[in-house]
Write a protein that binds this ligand. Structure first.
Ligand code: UD1
Length: 431
């Protein structure tokens, strides 16, 4: 199992190219199940979650090919892939694959819309309610599907096809909105989604579906209307830049000091996080080519944040911002409003000497002048990268275990950081 070793204390200076967004890539790839034509995706990141989804989709009959490297191309730049689901050979998504990545549950929508049936394992094997997909299933029912739970599997059926309907989400759900969009694209008649997620990744999926021939109005707002079509075509689409990766490196730069250019980043996709960074004392300058973030001399100011659906402060940047606040000159409060118990990083950050206490859905962070290197363990994707941010300024050596969590969502993390001056190395154990 790989580990990452970081010796803290270096400032970050240089250019970091931003990869294609994992959270856009996954639904875009799943949308290839909706058509028998080829969907070509450019700028697809090289990530463990992408590889796992390729396995899941190929099980349903998707052919997948990757373009080779082109002359002068950076080996770390995104890949161009072609995906063709000429025939769906299997409408079952088994437990051993779905349990490893929650987003793979979303295949339920295109399988149902195209084949009239889908049998998809509940993610993580947990009951609905504790790890809910209730809103995703509600959306499919509103489009005329019958849903049963059988031995840990969701069995969704619509033998005569889905029909348009009104879907009113009681709570903003990104996955629910993706599922509703994909299902409604091939339903008979018009669907209206109320309280839809406005995250940029929803807009990216709607863009691809529109190129495939779907009739969608209002994507990016909280009311989306879809006129179903009988079939969809192939299309070519470029995955949007990863706003969570962007925000992560912006916070790393604010933490270490120095001057970093986040190449290809789109500021409008993470304005709330950039605003919080400026309040914390970082300088942020946006241009059509990307975002420059720097901090010279001044200390880090404490800033309170509360996570919210887009355009609010993203839950996927909460752990990274908390890492930054551990060094602030004063106390800050971070409130998590999207997920319960998303504070697994707190006890690991404490191993560096951070002072954090939990109060319900809030963490109160008393900034300290010095963090000290420590052995720590990655617990999940976003939590693990917060440990990297802390380790970059911690005095001495830190060793991060279980870095497969990082590989799920951060492409070439140690190369991107070491090129900017960080002392970071991957230690491959047993291979
Ligand atoms: C997506 C992102 C994830 C991000 C999250 C919120 C991907 C692959 N993942 O996850 O990185 O943290 O959005 O921005 O894009 N909920 C229900 N019932 C449901 C579905 C969701 O109660 O059927 C709840 C969830 O428990 C959570 C909230 O709704 O409290 C938002 O979850 P949701 O937006 O659906 O998250 P994901 O789409 O799974």
């Amino acid at each position: 199992m790989d580990r990452i070793r970081i010796v803290g204390g270096k400032t970050l200076n240089g250019i970091i190219p931003i990869s294609g967004a994992k959270n856009a890539a996954l639904p875009l790839m799943i949308a290839s199940l909706l058509t028998d034509r080829t969907v070509t995706l450019e700028n697809l990141p090289r990530l463990a979650d992408v590889s796992l989804l390729v396995r899941i989709l190929s099980n349903h009959g998707v052919d997948y090919s990757i373009d080779g490297r082109r002359q002068g191309e950076d080996p770390d730049s995104g890949q161009t892939v072609h995906m063709t689901a000429r025939e769906i050979v299997d409408t079952t998504a088994p437990y051993d694959l779905v349990s490893r990545m929650r987003a793979s549950f979303w295949v339920v929508a295109p399988l149902l819309a195209r084949c009239g049936e889908a049998r998809v394992s509940l993610p993580g094997g947990c009951a609905i309610g504790t790890r809910p997909v209730d809103l995703l299933l509600m959306a499919l029912e509103r489009l005329g599907a019958s849903i049963e739970i059988d031995a840990g599997y969701v069995v969704a059926k619509a033998p005569k096809g889905l029909r348009g309907g009104e879907i009113d989400f009681p709570k903003v759900t990104v996955g629910g909105t993706h599922v509703a969009l994909m299902a409604a694209a091939l339903a008979h008649g018009t669907t209206v989604i109320h309280n839809a997620a406005r995250e940029p990744e929803v807009g990216d999926l709607a863009d691809l579906l529109t190129k495939m021939g779907a009739k969608i109005r209002g994507a990016g707002t909280s009311t989306i209307e879809i006129d179903g079509v009988a079939r969809l075509n192939g299309a070519k689409h470029r995955v949007l830049p990863d706003r969570i990766e962007t925000g992560t490196y912006a916070m790393a730069a604010a933490m270490t000091g120095g001057d970093v250019f986040l190449q290809g980043a789109q500021p409008e996709h993470l304005q709330a996080a950039l605003d919080a960074l400026e309040l914390a004392g970082a300088h942020v300058e946006s241009s059509p080519e990307g975002i420059r973030v720097w901090r010279n001399g001044n200390g880090i100011r404490p800033v309170d944040v509360e996570t919210a659906p887009f355009p609010g402060f993203p839950t996927d940047l909460q752990a990274q911002f908390m890492a930054l606040m551990t060094r602030a000159e004063g106390a800050s409060r971070i409130t998590e409003k999207i997920f319960e118990n998303r504070f697994m990083h707190v006890q690991e950050l404490a191993r560096f000497g951070a002072h954090i206490r939990l109060e319900g859905d809030s963490a109160i962070i008393d900034g300290v002048p010095l963090l000290k290197g420590a052995p720590v363990m990655a617990t999940d994707l976003r939590a693990s990268v917060s440990l990297v941010i802390a380790a970059l300024v911690a005095e001495g050596e830190s060793m991060i275990q279980r870095v497969y969590h990082l590989d799920r969502g951060f492409e070439a993390l140690e190369r991107k950081l070491s090129r900017c001056g960080a002392d970071i190395t991957r230690i491959s154990v047993g291979g």
